[in-house]
Design a protein around this ligand. Structure first.
Ligand SMILES: [Zn+2]
Length: 210
């Protein structure tokens, strides 16, 4: 897919928009068929360009976390590839991280880590996280594939009553691997896992080309 045949979506990197998403402080009202963003409507942001950039980033994170679904009715164009779009966008946007995309795992914040299982022959780690929102519990299953490093660290050696997650992010590294970083309580306690790909609730975060 050529990058020069249209305008690029600032949310998902779709390169074939018919109009420039924003010009002269006005949104085009075109709907990106890839991520469903309508420019000038979903990203109006009160006319504030800095806030609009944050809206684009939040929508991108939500789209990736949902598994990068094609938004328009009907099938995507032949050769459509969300990972390629995102990589191209990452190359142009330093906020993605130095080497590639960085995904903030907002949906696991405030959750408790219920279990962590390591399947050594398969090089997989399965993590179960419970998140309570408005009184109801949601259980998320995170599976890490091709694990090559797993580290649990804690600056304070005493036992915990339970394991609360205060932050989580996944970053694509220079060698193509993904580094998952989960902070528990404080900066010096958490998990660091290096792997090939991450799935949350069976949806890939889109790092792997496979
Ligand atoms: Zn888009």
């Amino acid at each position: 897919m050529s990058t020069t045949d249209g305008f690029v979506c600032p949310v998902c990197g779709f390169p074939q928009l018919l109009e420039e998403p924003w010009s002269d402080d006005a949104g085009s009202l075109e709907i990106c068929p890839s991520c469903g963003t309508q420019f000038g409507y979903n990203d109006a942001a009160g006319g504030d360009a800095a806030r609009r950039a944050r809206v684009h980033r939040e929508r991108r994170i939500a789209w990736i976390a949902a598994g990068c679904p094609w938004a328009a009715p009907g099938p995507p164009p032949p050769g459509w590839d969300a990972a390629t779009q995102l990589k191209r966008l990452a190359a142009a946007d330093p906020s993605f991280g130095e080497y590639g995309q960085r995904v903030s795992l907002d949906q696991i914040w405030g959750g408790s880590l219920l279990s962590l299982q390591v399947d050594v022959p398969l090089h997989q780690v399965h993590i179960v996280i419970s998140v309570i929102t408005d009184g109801s519990e949601r259980v998320h299953e995170v599976v890490l594939f091709g694990v090559r490093e797993l580290r649990i660290f804690d600056g304070n050696p005493s036992e915990w009553d339970y394991a609360e997650i205060t932050a989580g992010s996944a970053t694509e590294m220079e060698d193509g691997s993904v580094s998952l970083s989960v902070t528990m309580w404080t900066e010096d306690a958490g998990l660091a896992i290096r792997c090939d790909d991450i799935q949350i609730d069976k949806l890939s975060l889109g790092f792997s080309d496979a």
